[in-house]
Design a protein around this ligand. Structure first.
Ligand SMILES: Nc1ncnc2c1ncn2[C@@H]1O[C@H](COP(=O)(O)OP(=O)(O)OP(=O)(O)O)[C@@H](O)[C@H]1O
Length: 276
């Protein structure tokens, strides 16, 4: 379980990015973190994995206060947190398998990782994970030969290879088309439920979040202004999070996406009909 307790972040510039945020995420629960630009979403994610130093409050992961750690203890604690990134952060010239195994770095001795010799149990686990994310036929391909959706599947497998106790996901679908975005969101949410893994997904796309996550937390100006199931995210709640105009524009984009997609489908069906 993740407990965020009165978390504050004030940058040296004086910007108050997080103003006493509190919530808990139970095992297996997937939270979508939404809010306008500058609301504090990245600051929150970065405070949790301690890439940014909180200036107040506590963050406990299964009882361990992450804000109190430094040096080796912090590095060890970070291994308990799996990260999935918008731009995948793969090593392009390495194979899919090698990228997944890189999730074990920090667990295996330096010489082993240097010579890319991982214990058989790690390799077996990587095969299982690649099977789970649907990349069993791409194990030996180089990362730079993959599509965006396949890359993100590698990113998911790599994060899971690390046996995390928490998953932090930063805009996982921002570089993907609408259909692939839905597949990736479904996959992330499914693996979290299967593994009883709590997750926080920083996501701009409200409609996509509503489709898949268990709970939505809405931030505005560094404070939680919505916390509840996706079904409770009414127009009033959206206006509170985004203000009057923003989310109307966002919803319109989604509608345009959906229209594009249905047009593509109609076009493909027409072409098929011509062939038969
Ligand atoms: N390194 C930094 N130094 C100073 N201020 C910062 C820094 N990073 C973020 N901020 C400020 O903190 C506030 C929250 O920013 P943050 O990036 O966390 O928001 P966000 O919700 O992730 O926005 P976006 O959706 O645009 O990524 C903003 O006012 C921002 O200007």
């Amino acid at each position: 379980m993740l407990e965020v307790d009165s978390l504050e972040k004030r940058y040296k510039t004086g910007d108050m990015a997080l103003r006493g945020i509190s919530f808990t995420v139970a095992k297996g629960q997937v939270v979508g973190l939404i809010g306008p630009s500058g609301a504090g979403k990245s600051s929150l994610i970065r405070c949790i994995n301690r890439l940014v130093e909180p200036t107040g409050g506590a963050i406990r992961l299964n009882g361990l206060d992450l804000t109190k750690l430094s040096g080796g203890n912090l590095r060890q604690a970070r291994r308990r947190i799996g990260m999935i990134f918008q731009e995948y952060a793969l090593v392009e010239r390495l194979t899919v398998m090698e990228n997944v195994l890189s999730g074990r770095l920090g667990y295996v001795a330096f010489w082993r990782s240097f010579f890319r010799r991982f214990p058989q149990t790690d390799v077996d686990k990587a095969f299982q994970l690649l099977d789970r994310v649907g990349l069993q036929d791409h194990v030996d391909k180089r990362a730079d030969a993959l599509s965006g959706g396949q890359r993100q599947r590698v990113g998911i497998a790599r994060a899971l290879e690390q046996d995390p106790e928490l998953l932090l996901v930063d805009e996982p679908t921002a570089s993907l088309d609408p259909k692939t975005s839905r597949q990736i969101m479904r996959l992330i949410c499914e693996v979290c439920r299967e593994r009883d893994l709590p997750a926080i997904i920083n996501i701009h796309d409200v409609v996509l979040a509503q489709m898949f996550v268990d709970r939505i937390i809405g931030l505005r100006a560094g404070a939680v202004v919505f916390d509840g199931p996706p079904t409770d995210l009414t127009d009033t709640a959206l206006t509170e999070i985004y203000g009057e105009e923003d989310w109307h524009a966002m919803r319109k984009t989604r509608e345009e996406d959906a229209a594009d997609e249905s047009e593509t489908k109609a076009f493909e069906a027409e072409r098929l009909a011509e062939l038969v």
